[in-house]
Design a protein. Structure first.
Length: 252
């Protein structure tokens, strides 16, 4: 049975990934910094309370994974935060750094400690969650967009560096995903732009060819595919799961 580790796997897209891998017959291990959310994951899943910005904690997690599982077949580096919604001149350095720490450094640390296990096995798949903000930019969300662009460069580099060892690395770029985190983004963006929440929502939805938001299960299905043997020669790719963004700037 194949083994997947999912960061920020206790809720949202990460939880959907866990459910999809579980349904596909994988062993699932999730880490999260939210203890209450972790307590609610299925009993069959392994779980660890970990802050992905803490290198000691991440190192310890992979040591435990190695000891318990003997390795890992797939890593979903999914941890992320929305960061501030503000004009660039109003973004504090502290908020900038906090956003990059989770979205970029969290992915780096997970890959750093997963790589030796996968290289030793001469096989593995790393799937990093970016965003369409990492393809087009994102007004009033400079730290988030910068981090999501950066993880694409990181992942393409991983694909080059680890490919000779049989390890693949790919990026998923979700569009706007239905759920509590996006609701927070909508509220903050509505305030920043002087618009209603519904108007901002419609701006996002109408900016896609399919005219709708993404659901966690849509992103999860792509993660399972990229981790599977069916995608054995898919590496270094940036795949949007967004209903096809045709207007990346959701303003009216």
């Amino acid at each position: 049975m194949k083994r997947v580790l999912i960061t920020a796997g206790a809720s949202g897209v990460g939880r959907a990934m866990g459910e999809a891998f579980d349904a596909a017959g994988w062993q699932v291990w999730v880490c999260d910094r939210d203890a209450s959310a972790l307590a609610d994951v299925p009993e069959a899943w392994r779980r660890s309370l970990v802050d992905v910005t803490d290198e000691v904690a991440v190192s310890g997690l992979f040591s435990e994974v190695s000891e318990v599982w003997g390795g890992v077949d797939a890593l979903c580096a999914n941890a992320g935060i929305a960061g501030p919604t503000a004009a660039i001149e109003d973004v504090s350095l502290q908020d900038w750094q906090a956003c990059l720490a989770v979205n970029l450094e969290g992915a780096f640390l997970a890959a750093k400690y997963a790589a030796p296990l996968m290289k030793a096995a001469k096989a593995g798949s790393i799937v990093v969650t970016s965003s369409t903000a990492g393809q087009y930019g994102y007004p009033f969300r400079a730290p988030y967009a910068a981090a999501k662009w950066a993880v694409i460069g990181l992942t393409k580099t991983l694909a080059m560096e680890l490919g000779p060892y049989g390890v693949r690395a790919n990026v998923i770029c979700p569009g706007a995903v239905e759920g509590p985190r996006m609701e927070g983004v909508l509220a903050r963006e509505a305030e920043a732009k002087g618009m209603s929440r519904d108007a901002v929502y419609e701006g996002y939805a109408s900016g896609t060819a399919m005219g709708r938001f993404v659901e966690g299960k849509d992103v999860a299905g792509m993660a399972v595919f990229l981790a599977s043997d069916t995608a054995r020669l898919v590496s270094g790719q940036v795949i949007a799961v967004d209903g096809f963004t045709v207007n990346p700037d959701p303003k009216v």
